[in-house]
Write a protein that binds this ligand. Structure first.
Ligand SMILES: NC(=O)c1ccc[n+]([C@@H]2O[C@H](COP(=O)([O-])OP(=O)(O)OC[C@H]3O[C@@H](n4cnc5c(N)ncnc54)[C@H](O)[C@@H]3O)[C@@H](O)[C@H]2O)c1
Length: 317
């Protein structure tokens, strides 16, 4: 049994804790948050011992794994501290607020010989796993292009305020939701590296982060893709299109629509046995039990995503 400590007990931790209930090898024994209310809610839910300081938690508790779900600017310090303490780490996406931050985390984890898994859970959606199998089968030819459009209300009342403060979040919709799109294009390309990225982000007057952004990325294998993320609409749309030499795959509304050279679309629907957070943690456990503890999504992967977003912003080259 691996003992888990939670660092940050906000919104996303609910998904991790619900998932842990389906993963026999994980148990939450400690939790930390500076918000008394969030900490109490999580301790009541899990029976964990609560702390307001994660350094105290790490010193006092015998933990195997920490799940870090903090505002993005705090990822680096917490990850480096836990690595130095010899703990394996699951770190929520996006990995950090700059490429330098990510490199520091990678170095700290390598030096300490601990696992660093960056949580990019959308590859565990049944739609995306089905699309990946279809691509890998070769039935529709070779993947040549990717396009994501995501329209949603981003600046909602219940979004924690730090997401809208660039020094804490690293950026707006592209930083937060674009990280998922870049995870997907990398996943569909066999975890290929991003060779080039550019784009543009629009920050409205009075705001600190962008609410709409467009990106263009080219993968090392030549596949290219566009990202169009728009945050000021109630007209929800979330669609990925994959262009192949002999067909097309569209992912939307929890379904996959795909066609071959005849252009006639078939629809694939899904029955969900385990949600994507359960599947992700099952893979984390597999890695923890393996001799080399190799994560499926490691620090270099997380860094590649952050660097591409920073290039889209024009803040890194
Ligand atoms: N994988 C996904 O689909 C997904 C979805 C949402 C959020 N996330 C990611 O999860 C992370 C957290 O996001 P969230 O939505 O849960 O945010 P949140 O604001 O709800 O939670 C963050 C928590 O961290 C606590 N905190 C802040 N400073 C702290 C400190 N020094 N020590 C201990 N606790 C501290 C806050 O009080 C809060 O409870 C981010 O990286 C975010 O991008 C991922």
């Amino acid at each position: 049994m691996f003992k888990v400590g939670l660092i940050g007990c906000g919104n996303i931790v609910n998904s991790h804790v619900s998932a842990i209930a389906h993963v026999d090898e994980l148990t939450v024994t400690a939790a930390c948050d500076i918000s008394e209310a969030n900490l109490k809610r999580m301790c009541d839910k899990t029976g964990a011992t609560g702390y307001s300081d994660y350094k105290e938690m790490v010193k006092n508790e015998e933990l195997d794994l920490v799940i870090i779900s903090l505002p993005h600017a705090l990822h680096r310090e917490a990850t480096c501290f836990c690595a130095e303490a010899g703990l394996d780490i699951f770190l929520e996406k996006p990995m950090g607020i700059s490429s330098d931050d990510c490199r520091e985390m990678i170095d700290a984890c390598n030096k300490a010989g601990v696992m660093l898994w960056v949580g990019h859970p959308q590859r565990y959606f049944p739609t995306n796993m089905f699309a990946k199998e279809l691509i890998d089968s070769g039935e529709l030819g070779e993947l040549v292009g990717f396009d994501e459009t995501r329209n949603c209300e981003y600046f909602t009342e219940n979004r924690p305020k730090w997401f809208l403060t660039k020094s804490m979040s690293g950026g707006g919709i592209m930083f937060n939701l674009g990280a998922h799109a870049l995870d997907k294009i990398k996943y569909f390309c066999g975890d290929e590296k991003i060779a080039f990225a550019t784009g543009s982000a629009h920050i409205r007057e009075g705001f600190d982060c962008e609410d709409s952004a467009q990106g263009f990325v080219k993968m090392a294998n030549g596949v290219s893709g566009t990202l169009n993320l728009i945050a000021h609409t109630k007209a929800y749309r979330y669609e990925d299109i994959l262009y192949l030499t002999k067909g097309e795959i569209r992912i939307a509304n929890g379904e996959v629509y795909y066609c071959g050279e005849d252009g006639v679309f078939k629809t694939q629907t899904f029955e969900i046995v385990h949600d994507n957070f359960v599947l992700q943690l099952m893979d984390v456990v597999k890695a923890l039990k393996s001799p080399d503890k190799k994560p499926a999504v490691d620090g270099d992967f997380g860094l590649d995503v952050i660097h591409a977003i920073k290039c889209i912003y024009g803040e890194e080259k």
